[in-house]
Design a protein around this ligand. Structure first.
Ligand SMILES: Nc1ncnc2c1ncn2[C@@H]1O[C@H](COP(=O)(O)OP(=O)(O)O)[C@@H](O)[C@H]1O
Ligand SMILES: [Mg+2]
Ligand SMILES: [Zn+2]
Length: 330
């Protein structure tokens, strides 16, 4: 995983906020406890004085060093015991005044085994997700609001299927997919006509998966693939750098949603960009959801055999059926 510096800095800022909050809570608790049991403050002052003495003794290295150190340590143990008794006697939990740490792995430093800790990675993905919000056009897509009654309950004579039943299964599958999303999840291909809820359901998935802390990118195929062109032809310009960054995110995020495949231009450049994006993600085991109005035959005709075989071979197809909801709503 490679991190974008600007977003990582924002994630570090969030971690700093957590540390600040924890420190404030520790101070609040200390004030609360010592207001009721002032003796605890006196014990703490003694403990601190002992600490300073320990340091001085160790540096001075007197003849009876060991005995004097042991003496102080024993006194400390007594003081700590007394402190714990006072605390519980006043009705507080014995760890009430302990240091508050949100992530035991890295002790809220964000660094674990000289890498980025899981907690910081999580915060980073949150930052990524905030950007996702701007890309979603509507914002009220959620499984709770998914309305099955928009799909006909009668048998569709052409296919012999009941759209509402098919879409019940599809939406259940999407919900399970989002709830269980992991490195072992399959790639999905949302296939079906215009206005059948493909973008809607992919947005529902994006929201849940992102809330669970994964990095999610969403873009239409046309806009996603344009970045490759821009990165190549405007390499030294700010928009070229921006595009290269965007490509890095699209290729490395945990879940990429590539919407409306088939509406982009069919230039050789777009074909090669599509292959690069899809293939890099497959090779690295990252999950992708593609939605398209194209049938398998149309996919095969439109794209190179390498692309078509990747999509048809490595993606699990979910069929979208029914009547154009966008038209019905008008
Ligand atoms: N289950 C649903 N409940 C409410 N509105 C929906 C639902 N599914 C789709 N819509 C609405 O129907 C229209 C088409 O959905 P959309 O996801 O854009 O279709 P597609 O991506 O398949 O073309 C949109 O206006 C969307 O808000
Ligand atoms: Mg759509
Ligand atoms: Zn951590």
């Amino acid at each position: 995983m490679s991190y974008d510096g600007k977003l990582l800095a924002r994630a570090r800022g969030e971690l700093e906020n957590i540390r600040t909050q924890n420190r404030a809570e520790m101070q609040r608790r200390y004030a609360e406890v010592t207001a009721r049991v002032p003796e605890i403050r006196r014990i703490d002052e003694k403990l601190r004085a002992h600490m300073a003495r320990l340091v001085r003794l160790t540096i001075a290295k007197g003849p009876d060093l060991k005995e004097r150190l042991d003496e102080i340590r024993n006194e400390n143990l007594d003081l700590q015991m007394k402190r714990a008794e006072l605390l519980t006697a006043a009705g507080f939990k014995s760890d009430y005044l302990d240091e508050i740490i949100s992530c035991p792995l890295c002790r809220d430093t964000g660094i674990y085994k000289s890498g980025v800790c899981k907690c910081l990675d999580r915060l980073y993905n949150r930052e990524l997700t905030k950007e996702l919000g701007a890309l979603m056009r509507r914002g009220d897509e959620s499984f709770e609001k998914f309305d099955l009654t928009l799909y006909p309950a009668q048998v569709d004579p052409a296919s012999g299927l009941v759209p509402r039943e098919v879409m019940r299964k599809v939406s259940d599958a999407c919900r399970r997919y989002a709830d269980n999303f992991s490195a072992a999840s399959p790639n999905l291909l949302f296939q079906g006509g215009t206005g059948l809820g493909k973008t809607w359901l992919s947005a529902c998935i994006a929201r849940v998966v992102a809330e669970r802390g994964f990095s999610v990118c969403y873009d239409t195929a046309a806009s996603a693939l344009e970045n490759y062109e821009r990165a190549k032809f405007s390499r030294d310009l700010p928009e070229g750098e921006e595009a290269a960054l965007r490509i890095k995110r699209m290729e490395s995020c945990g879940l990429m949603i590539l919407d409306d495949l088939g509406t982009e231009m069919t230039t050789p450049m777009a074909q090669s960009a599509l292959y690069t994006l899809v293939n890099n993600r497959l090779v690295n085991g990252r999950k992708t959801i593609i939605s398209t109005n194209l049938t398998n035959d149309e996919l095969t005709k439109r794209y190179t055999p390498q692309i078509a075989s990747r999509i048809l071979g490595e993606f699990q197809c979910l069929p979208f059926v029914g009547e154009d909801i966008r038209r019905m709503k008008r």
